[in-house]
Design a protein around this ligand. Structure first.
Ligand code: C5J
Length: 221
């Protein structure tokens, strides 16, 4: 048992490093590099790149402290049979499965679908390929977390109001204690970023806690 606590809002976040996992959500080229899905939807990806360096520091500290690390990728089979028709019609000018500069958009095995080199998983870090926004929906994430006896999650990644928020809510409903380091997540919409984090910590941590990489790294050192 290695019980620690980190400064957080609305109050300190207490956790045990042995039962805590770092979950890195969708740090894929499709979301944070030019030429991917994020840009195809009309977004400026430079707005989400601010999270890369804090995520890198958080990941490095988690690895050094021996935390269990998990990565997720949003995407679909190449025949798109796991993509609900409703999802295929959403977006801007380019749609899921269409050819883009980084290969077919949000399709597994394509360049854009993969995790960016700065945060690339190492041996022993499971990658959860998810068809939806939440990391629990139609994946084996629950099984993996339960098998490791995980109770708390440090959730990083993009985007704050979509896949990070959905996963935090799914985790909270399943009984996990969730903390989001605010500098390790980002959105194409600054106002959504702020509101999404406010919603997490409101009403006495109704979904979870909001902290920052500096406090969490200090706590696990
Ligand atoms: C989105 C995600 N925004 N990873 N996906 O479609 O947040």
């Amino acid at each position: 048992m290695a019980k620690v606590h980190s400064e957080a809002e609305p109050f300190a976040f207490e956790f045990d490093t042995e039962t805590t996992a770092l979950v890195m959500i969708d740090m894929q080229a499709d979301f944070v590099e030019p030429g991917g899905f994020g840009e195809a939807l009309g977004n400026d990806v430079s707005l989400v790149r601010s999270a890369i360096e804090p995520c890198r520091k958080m990941l490095e500290a988690a690895r050094e402290a021996g935390l269990f690390v998990i990565h997720t990728r949003e995407g679909h089979r190449s025949d798109l049979t796991d993509c609900p028709p409703a999802k295929l019609t959403r977006g801007g000018k380019t749609f899921i499965g269409e050819q883009g500069p980084k290969g077919r958009i949000l399709v597994r095995g394509e360049k854009g679908h993969d995790i960016i080199p700065e945060l690339y998983p190492v041996d022993g870090e499971p990658i959860i390929d998810k068809p939806g926004k939440g990391a629990f929906y139609q994946t084996d994430l629950s099984l993996i977390l339960e098998s490791r006896g995980i109770k708390s999650l440090i959730i990083c990644g993009v985007t704050t109001e979509v896949c990070v928020n959905t996963t935090a809510r799914e985790a909270n409903d399943r009984g996990y204690e969730v903390v989001i380091p605010s500098d390790c997540t980002a959105s194409y919409f600054p106002e959504f970023y702020r509101s999404a984090l406010d919603m997490i910590k409101a009403q006495g941590a109704i979904v979870g806690w909001v902290s920052n990489s500096e406090s969490l790294v200090a706590a696990i050192k």
